[in-house]
Design a protein around this ligand. Structure first.
Ligand code: EPU
Length: 432
């Protein structure tokens, strides 16, 4: 099994360049299916989730031209509604964004039930509610989702989401873009990647207002035209490196970020005794003294992101005193705690609450990545632990972090990627 081997205890120093936002990319690639013409997308992270989505588009008849590692040109002029590789679709969560974009483009869609990280039940009732309100007939059976605009074009409608959902907000926004008339999404999610998707669609001719607030108005247009767009930087990748230096000590410049998107992460790290200095598009993060305890509750944006919960909880294991972490988005996002316990962490989980007793130091051990962010947490734990940590199931981590091994090595970490086939240690992007 592929794994990372980390010899911990080295502080991090230097600079790290943050890649484009995964959760923006996985919405914008399916959105390109609705574009009549060529769209050039820059700053796409080179990760397995974006790779799979581009492959899915190719199977649907899109021409995908790779300009460089992070730039593609997608031409969906000749795309068709059939040919989707269902096995591939099942492997990623974001494949369900094809429901919204296929409904817009073709008036019907067939996709698989989505995959992705397992945090307990991940319902899609709000997606279905939104599509149905726009006039689609949606059926779920045998692991597939069928949606049909009943032979015509979707019609704008007012949709109140019962739950703040990133996925439902994105999917309804996609479906409404080419619908007839105005749609209003209320209780919409406000994450930066939702704004990024709206900006992408608007730059291709859509008329979407209010993204970033809880009310989004979409005035349907007849067609989208080609254009060029560059994705925002990844808030969670940046936060992960910030947490890593908080755990190991040292000082790193996290480059190509939007500091505003990191406000809640920076605020919590400061409470923990970490210095965070903001520049225009970079943050300097340093930790020399002891880490202090704090309490954290995850919430939809602009609250503290659930996708940073495992990483920050790992840092809190090293703080003095007892910290309380409350998961406010997912029912079951503490599976990684069992792995951290193998490294000496003292964490008691009760439902959505984790009580973390600071232990000062962790000890290297063989651990597994249970999911993407849990895997990032294991890497952070390994970087600060005494001794050797082997992280297995790293394919989860590579779903969302471009060249994490190369970036950490450039910061002075002792981490290598061991490839199952030949057990040879590799370093840097070539390993991934
Ligand atoms: N929910 C419903 N019904 C729905 C949809 C969601 O009840 O129809 C509930 C969920 O069960 C959850 C809450 O609403 O309790 C929020 O779920 P949301 O729909 O916002 O999550 P998602 O769209 O499935 C995205 C990210 C996740 C991130 C969440 C929350 C993508 C591809 N995934 O998931 O990212 O945790 O938003 O911010 O954008 C990650 O990157 O590691 C990751 C898991």
């Amino acid at each position: 099994m592929d794994k990372y081997v980390i010899r911990g205890g080295k502080p991090l120093y230097g600079e790290v360049e943050i890649s484009g936002a995964k959760n923006a990319a996985v919405a914008i690639i399916p959105a390109s299916l609705m574009v009549d013409g060529v769209c050039r997308i820059e700053n796409i992270p080179d990760i397995s989730d974006t790779d799979k989505l581009l492959t899915i588009l190719t199977h649907l008849g899109a021409k995908v031209r790779t300009i460089n590692k992070n730039t593609v040109e997608i031409d969906c002029t000749a795309a068709r509604r059939t040919g989707a590789p269902f096995d591939l679709m099942r492997k990623i969560r974001a494949s369900y964004y094809l429901i919204g974009s296929m409904l817009g483009r073709f008036g019907s869609a067939k996709t698989t039930m989505p995959g992705g990280c397992n945090f307990g039940v991940r319902p899609i009732d709000q997606h279905i509610k939104g599509m149905t309100a726009l006039g689609a007939e949606v059926n779920v059976s045998g692991g597939f989702i069928y949606a049909d605009a009943r032979g015509g074009r979707l019609k704008g409608a007012k949709i109140y989401l019962d739950k703040v959902s990133v996925g439902a907000t994105i999917n309804v926004m996609l479906a409404a873009t080419l619908a007839e008339g105005q749609s209003i999404i209320e209780n919409a999610a406000r994450e930066p990647h939702i704004v990024d998707l709206a900006n992408f669609l608007n730059s291709m001719g859509a008329d979407i207002r209010g993204a970033g607030t809880d009310t989004i108005k979409v005035n349907g247009v007849d067609r989208l035209h080609g254009g060029s767009y560059s994705l925002i930087p990844d808030q969670i990748e940046a936060g992960t490196y910030m947490a890593a230096v908080a755990a190991t000590g040292g000082s790193i410049l996290v480059k190509n970020v939007i500091p505003k998107h990191l406000d809640c992460i920076s605020a919590k790290l400061r409470e923990m005794g970490v210095t965070v200095e903001e520049g225009d598009d970079a943050v300097l993060v340093s930790r020399t003294g002891k880490l202090k305890r704090t309490n954290i509750k995850t919430l939809p944006y602009p609250g503290f992101p659930t996708d940073m919960q495992p990483q920050i909880s790992t840092v809190l294991c090293l703080a003095e005193g007892t910290s309380v972490v409350t998961e406010g988005v997912w029912d079951n996002r503490y599976k990684y705690v069992n792995e951290l316990r193998k490294m000496g962490a003292q964490i008691h989980v009760d439902g959505k609450t984790a009580i973390i007793e600071g232990v000062g130091a962790l000890t290297g051990a063989p651990v597994a990545a249970c999911d993407l962010r849990a895997g990032a947490a294991m890497v952070i734990a390994g970087l600060c632990a005494e001794g050797v940590t082997e992280v297995e199931d790293v394919h989860y981590i590579e779903r969302g972090y471009q060249d994490i091994v190369g970036k950490l090595r450039a910061l002075g970490a002792d981490i290598v990627y061991i490839c199952e086939k030949d057990e040879t240690p590799r370093t840097g992007a070539a390993a991934i």
